[in-house]
Design a protein around this ligand. Structure first.
Ligand SMILES: O=C(CO)[C@H](O)[C@H](O)COP(=O)(O)O
Length: 207
């Protein structure tokens, strides 16, 4: 299983600093949606230039104009771009077209989707690289939030998937057992007193 650090900070300087600390322990560096909105596509270029050996994930959360939005993120240096699972299939297909032309990949984010396994199977058939089983920050903050529900849905989908939704050192073993290809960790790394140590411990917890 790969580890993806989600950088939900708000400046390129902070993102570069964090990425510099944790890069040795992660496979994928994600530029979070708030970061891209705050800094623009230039943050993607800055991170890719600093870490050309890492997969750079632009969390665009695109809902429309899939081909155009994916293409501008790829042109800026992204290797993977997220499109929302709630988008029309034509939006996802357009993004996959842009990815294919550039030799890159699309990840569909199932945030807000009720029947995640069913939608995962539909979008997998459109040629996406993997599907993200995702409970967003607001959903995680609600009482009764349970990551295991997300993990069970991922396993049931029988398609290549990642998991995002409060993944931490106490849950990463269960994420791996679920069969996920990628564990996404944001706050567990960027809010840690020592982000490099936190990322190192997540990596060391993998079997
Ligand atoms: O995409 C996101 C929010 O929409 C986050 O990056 C994702 O949820 C991972 O962060 P955390 O591990 O803190 O939940």
């Amino acid at each position: 299983m790969k580890i993806q650090v989600a950088i939900d900070l708000l400046s390129t300087a902070e993102a570069l600093q964090l990425a510099g600390k944790v890069a040795p322990y992660v496979d994928i560096i994600e530029l979070g949606t708030p970061l891209i909105k705050a800094e623009g596509l230039s943050v993607i270029t800055a991170i890719k230039q600093a870490h050309p050996d890492k997969t750079v994930f632009a969390d665009m959360k695109t809902m429309d104009a899939g081909e155009l939005e994916a293409d501008i993120a790829f042109a800026a240096g992204a290797d993977l771009v997220s499109i929302l699972g709630a988008a029309d299939n034509s939006t996802i297909a357009g993004a996959v077209k842009a990815a294919t032309e550039r030799g890159k990949g699309i990840v569909v984010d199932l945030i807000g989707i009720a029947d995640k396994p069913a939608r995962a199977r539909e979008v997998a058939a459109l040629g996406v690289q993997f599907v993200e089983f995702h409970a967003g920050l607001d959903e995680q903050a609600q009482p009764g939030y349970d990551l295991d529900v997300l993990l069970s849905a991922g396993t049931a989908s029988q398609v290549p998937f990642s998991v995002a939704g409060g993944v931490s050192i106490s849950t990463i073993a269960n994420v791996q057992k679920s069969g996920a290809q990628v564990a996404v960790a944001g706050g567990a790394i960027y809010s840690a007193a020592d982000p490099a140590q936190a990322a190192k411990e997540l990596q060391a917890a993998l079997v």
